[in-house]
Design a protein around this ligand. Sequence first.
Ligand code: ADP
Ligand code: CIR
Length: 356
Amino acid sequence: LQQFLNASKTIDEFPNIPESSKSLLKKYLTKDVYKKLKDAKDANGFTLQQLISSGLANPDSSIGVYAGSTDSYKVFAPLLNQIISDYHQYDVNSKHTSSWDISSYNFEEFNSKHKGDYVLSTRVRIARNLSKFPLGTNITKEQRQQIENLAIQAFNSFEGELKGTYYPLGKLTEQEKKQLKEDHFLFKEGDRFLKACGCERDWPDARGIFINPSKTFLVWVNEEDQFRIISMQNGGDLKQVFERLAKAHEIINKVAQFSITENLGAITTCPTNLGTGMRASVHVKLPLLSSDEKIFKQIASKHHLDIRGIDGEHSESKGGIFDVSNKRRLGYSEAQLALDMYNGVNELIEVEKQLK
Ligand code: ADP
Ligand code: CIR
């Protein structure tokens, strides 16, 4: 009920975000921007209050906003464009580009290239949402179920190694969910950032996970984004992982039309994922390099890498193992961003070898 009340409310006063907050919301929600947007609503009635609810409830947010629809990005542009251009270092008037062609890059398996066991696993995921529906923050229960049905239709059309089983979240036992999370296959539940923006309403209804038997191909349905399409496997064969994802993306796109805009590419709930919606990551062992934070950060910044702990976002590293991925998502193609990660990880491993 509280969420419903929040949802229908506009903000009567300029919101008070603590000075200590480092969020991009805090940085760009000036009084001027607030005045412009305080009564604005997107095509489905999504308000400024809803847009910024997560950042208000969580002053430790790094971003602090989640969109309500493709249209939100137009209606709330005076705030969102600044956040987007800051995070992605992207001019929002330029045209986003998409390509899955990696044939000129000659990605070599990381561990054969470096003759050692550095990369434990490789994963590439993309976030996609459907053009005909509001995003998860403002979707109705019925619309969410329609999306789940479309997803199941797409899953039924898979062949070969992509074939698998769809598990509605509500039908998995606590033990099954725990195991899937520990094995890095399933999303976390109860994320306070997503809760605050309305993404977890009606949980677990119409959420679920599709998995192939070898667990190299997965799809998350109706979590933060309507589709998270994921290809992953042990070891460091980025080429194989990327190509599997490219194939799945093509098939799902035929059944369910993704929301793609000229300037922002794939539309996603969180502005950090706009563009390709892609995060290509490895779990890589770098115990020596990681004790030299300065060099580690220098290389990461040179190759536009994001460094996370091994249980995903907001988690810690364990045993010198890190989740290293492309940080940029917008303005470059899927193929180019996989190359960012490939080049960056190769340099990190080179330096790790020198420190031995
Ligand atoms: P995202 O879906 O945005 O990538 P997270 O950072 O929360 O979100 O990661 C989701 C899950 O995927 C986590 O369990 C994380 O440990 C796992 N994961 C990410 N990259 C890899 C990888 N290269 N190998 C194995 N698991 C991974
Ligand atoms: C924050 O602002 O810190 C959270 N809303 C998470 C931001 C990163 N984006 C994401 O997980 N999709």
